[in-house]
Design a binder for this molecule. Structure first.
Ligand code: SAM
Length: 217
């Protein structure tokens, strides 16, 4: 049974304040962090880790991203109510919940089948209903394109072409690009069919993006 106590809510408010101090200015994101029960994504034995600002293993060598990273990527996306958002790397589903709290319609794709299955079964129990897909997200989701925003939550060696193509004009792609230890957070804005504006933000460390336009396994 999922329980969200006053203690959990208090810890969440504290976490949200920590993120504010670290530079998250968008109040809607702060409220979303205060709302989504991150401890639901943790095993009973590891509950005390849920509201620390750090990434945590979720099995299969994968992680639930650090709350600051989730908030930072979300802030760069400048989500507006009703935005159609593609997320590459569903993982635990926590990032998808934050996007849904901001009023986005979320299409999320996960490469590892067992993770896809677990998260697809779990998120609706929390009341969150993105569209779930299993497969190689580096190819995007051509059948559902174009997207207002695209977020990649794994480390890419370079920006996958299909993701640029599947972005609307004026759309924003946020993706960590670099080697296997450190990546620069890139924000790419589509100006028209052939031109993009690129901004480099801080450095982060993600698990690798695999697949056709990612790292080869
Ligand atoms: N967004 C997640 C969350 O909120 O918990 C964190 C994701 S975790 C840091 C990165 C995820 O990307 C992993 O679950 C991994 O299996 C997935 N992944 C890696 N390459 C992928 C690909 N080509 N397509 C879809 N998912 C991929």
């Amino acid at each position: 049974m999922l329980e969200d106590s006053y203690r959990h809510k208090g810890l969440r408010r504290k976490l949200a304040q920590t993120l504010k101090k670290k530079g998250i200015r968008d109040e809607r994101i702060i409220r979303a962090i205060e709302k989504v029960p991150r401890h639901y994504f943790f095993d009973q034995a590891f509950l005390e880790h849920a509201y620390q600002d750090k990434a945590f293993p979720i099995g299969q060598g994968q992680t639930i991203s650090q709350p600051f990273t989730v908030a930072f990527q979300t802030q760069l996306l400048e989500i507006e109510e009703g935005d159609k958002v593609l997320e590459i790397g569903t993982g635990s589903g926590y990032q998808a919940c934050i996007l849904l709290e901001l009023g986005a319609e979320v299409f999320t794709i996960e490469y590892i089948r067992s993770l896809f299955q677990t998260t697809k079964a779990f998120l609706p129990r929390m009341g969150y209903n993105p569209h779930f897909f299993h497969g190689d997200g580096t190819k995007g989701l051509p059948a559902f394109a174009p997207f207002d925003k695209i977020i990649v939550t794994a480390a890419a060696p370079e920006v996958p072409k299909p993701l640029q193509e599947q972005l609307k004009t004026g759309g924003i792609l946020v993706i960590p690009v670099g080697d296997d230890s450190l990546q620069k957070m890139m924000r790419i804005i589509k100006l028209n069919e052939t031109e993009f504006r690129e901004e480099a933000h801080d450095f982060f460390s993600f698990v690798p993006l695999v697949g056709k336009f990612g790292w080869k396994k």
